[in-house]
Design a protein around this ligand. Sequence first.
Ligand code: UFG
Length: 327
Amino acid sequence: MNLNVLVCGGAGYIGAHAARWLARAGHRVTVLDNLSTGHRQAVRWGDLVEADVRDAQALRRAFTAQRYDAVMHFCALSLVGESIARPYVYYDNNVGGTLTLLQAMREAGVERLVFSSTAAVFGEPRQPLIDEDHPTAPINPYGASKLMAERMLADAGQAYGLRSVALRYFNAAGATPSGEIGESHQPETHLIPNALRAAMGNGERLRLFGNDYPTPDGTCVRDYVHVDDLAAAHLAALEYLHDHPGAHRFNLGNGQGFSVLEVVEAVRQVSGRRGLSFDWEPRRAGDPPMLVAASARARQALGWSPRHTDLCEIVASAWRWHAQPRY
Ligand code: UFG
């Protein structure tokens, strides 16, 4: 069945990939984005409504202009360090924005939502593989803001019958092979793009944060999941809502952990810059040693499984984008 979907935050990295997948599956897409961190050039599948998700009037106009079957909600600020320094800004955007959107959806009678959540809701992991039953205890305002939003979805399910899926991404990475869209953050804080930029010789040295973690090589281990696999999970979640009322949560990861040094090695291989060097820095605040998803529940319930699980393949797709970014 073809649906009419409002993609809030569809000008951002993961939202744009989801918009592309939706359109390719035959759904109709409209992107709503304030372009604060998103890119106009990333909106290629459907119209752009330039508006802030906290603007109730603008949302009302958007929901009056068209009848939407579902919403995907990617609008968020997502820098852990910034969230610690500016918590009110994060709660305003990520919690306040979600509440305003939920209220507008209810007013318009839109009852299906796929929500962009994060591994940061778990805080310090208690075991190596994190499943959905792992306790949630965020250690920064970013993670807390996403957990609060998840709670709102659960309450809205009880009170108003909202159907929702919260997808907790681990480390989103890579870019679609078409080269039309990719990762473009300002400032860039993530490991893969920073390593690729250093490999391109843009003058910035790669800095690696901490080599004394309790991991096999002393650097942090993360679960890098390809952005197209995340986009595919959003489509699967949309279908899941068709016959699953209530609020649902799934962890999305590749299922394998890779250390910071393994990522650097993959960047060396993919870029051919064998001599890529780096400087060791002290640990970065708030980095847990290891974050790897147990995604069995998503695989079983959504029928989803990641296709691009090889680290070099993920890095190669990011390399193609960073070699010729469109924005
Ligand atoms: N790192 C470096 N150098 C860099 C950038 C990162 O050494 O230039 C290291 C980090 O210290 C960390 C690892 O590479 O050990 C991965 O860092 P990223 O910034 O790429 O990703 P994070 O794991 O910090 O962030 C991800 C998501 C966040 C989420 C967080 C939860 O991007 O949205 O996991 O812990 F909040």
